[in-house]
Design a protein around this ligand. Structure first.
Ligand code: LMR
Length: 394
């Protein structure tokens, strides 16, 4: 059975993780995979998470199964964080998933189950696992223009022209905030225009929300998603708690489907539970319980929100400091867009040979397409990284 098997190639993010781990240089700098580091270079367990875990350990009396769609209290707490009160809960089907990737996968499974022939439209560029999963599921993958390298901002005209080609029932993937890999986000007026285009075409938005709270704030980062949820009859959302709760390895995610009313909601919720059963049965509970504990306790929630604000401010300070250092190194504002972007990632505009030189000559790891994780920078590494970028791209 396995004698002629060749393993599929890992994606560029995972390949880089392996190369970094194998590099023996002590001063190597990891700006690859999307993991937050504090100014001392650590990826800490958040204090609110530690407190919630201690409370769970003290109070939990069983590890028996919870439910195919996870704990309803977790699902509704995260739904409220994401959607606020813009949609009646009776319209929203929910299922907990293993991480945000699990939520993306279950949302795509749901779309395929309902409309096997629908195309999935993805921005160019996007997170490499999006097209990979769409291809794995045998769905039709279409791309729409999104990023304008020349300006470091959106290609608005291209995006809208391409999205107008979507057919009724097609799925249009959007990044809620902190676009991965570009760092260039839709503004509120863009969300409105995209909502109008989707309404006219009948295509269904599918919002990947992996970085809620990393751009401007918890409410601000959800406004585009909330607009579409209020504006359109159907919306799919995949949410992750990996980054904003620092729960990466615990795999905490939620798949949400906004439907037209209680009847379709019940059918979608039952289908989601069925799809969970076919894939992994019960989603993991520990991290979801941590999130539910934090969101349901006023003191822990305040503590978590303050820590999240601290992470966001660190990332934005890293952006500003790197843009300044590059201004000084290059004598130009060519990298000024780094300060305007939001979230963990930006494309620095390096070609593959320049990315190789950053790694080989300077021990600085960015993904092959030039994606840099600015959350991996520290005050110590920023001057070195700026010098290296100026050296290889100057
Ligand atoms: C990333 O894009 O680096 C993260 O979302 C981690 C991952 O799973 O790829």
């Amino acid at each position: 059975m396995f004698d002629d098997l060749t393993a599929p190639e890992a994606d560029k993010i995972l390949r880089l993780m392996a190369m970094f781990a194998a590099d023996g240089r002590v001063d190597k700098v990891d700006l690859g995979v999307g993991v937050y580091r504090d100014p001392a270079g650590h990826t800490p367990i958040m204090a609110a998470v530690r407190r919630a875990e201690a409370a769970i350990a003290a109070e939990q009396v069983t590890k028996s199964y919870v439910g195919l769609s996870g704990d309803p209290a977790f699902c509704s707490a995260l739904r409220d964080l994401i959607l606020g009160d813009v949609v009646a809960p009776e319209r929203v089907a929910l299922c907990a998933t293993p991480g945000g990737t699990g939520a993306v996968r279950q949302a795509l499974e749901l779309a395929r189950h309902v409309s096997p022939d629908a195309a999935v439209w993805m921005p160019t560029p996007t997170w490499p696992n999006h097209p990979s999963m769409v291809g794995h599921l045998g769905q039709t993958a279409n791309s729409y223009r999104y990023y304008d390298e020349a300006t470091g901002g959106l290609d608005r005209e291209g995006m809208l022209a391409d999205l107008a080609q979507a057919k009724a029932g097609d799925v249009v993937l959007l990044h809620a905030c902190c676009h991965n890999p570009t760092g260039a986000d839709l503004r509120m007026e863009d969300w409105r225009t995209v909502g109008d285009v989707l309404d006219a075409t009948g295509a269904v938005p599918f919002i990947d929300m992996a970085y809620l709270g990393f751009a401007e704030g918890l409410t601000e980062d959800a406004t585009g998603t909330r607009h579409l949820a209020a504006r359109l009859p159907e919306v799919l959302i995949a949410a992750s708690c990996s980054k904003n709760f620092g729960l990466y390895r615990e795999r905490v995610g939620l798949c949400l489907a906004v439907t037209s009313g209680p009847g379709p909601r019940a059918a979608v919720a039952g289908t989601m539970a069925h799809l969970n059963r076919q894939t992994f049965a019960f989603p993991p509970d520990h991290g979801a319980r941590v999130v539910q504990t934090i969101l349901g306790d006023a003191e822990l929630r305040q503590m978590w929100e303050a820590e999240l604000t601290g992470m966001r401010e660190t990332m934005n300070a890293n952006r500003a400091a790197l843009a300044d250092a590059l201004r000084a190194e290059t004598g130009s504002d060519r990298f000024g867009f780094l300060g305007a972007h939001r979230g963990m990632f930006s494309l620095i505009g390096a070609d593959p040979a320049q990315v190789d030189r950053l790694r080989e000559d300077h021990g600085i790891y960015v993904v092959g397409d030039g994606r840099m994780n600015v959350a991996g920078l520290t005050p110590d590494t920023i001057p070195r990284v700026a010098r290296a970028i100026a050296d290889v791209m100057g």
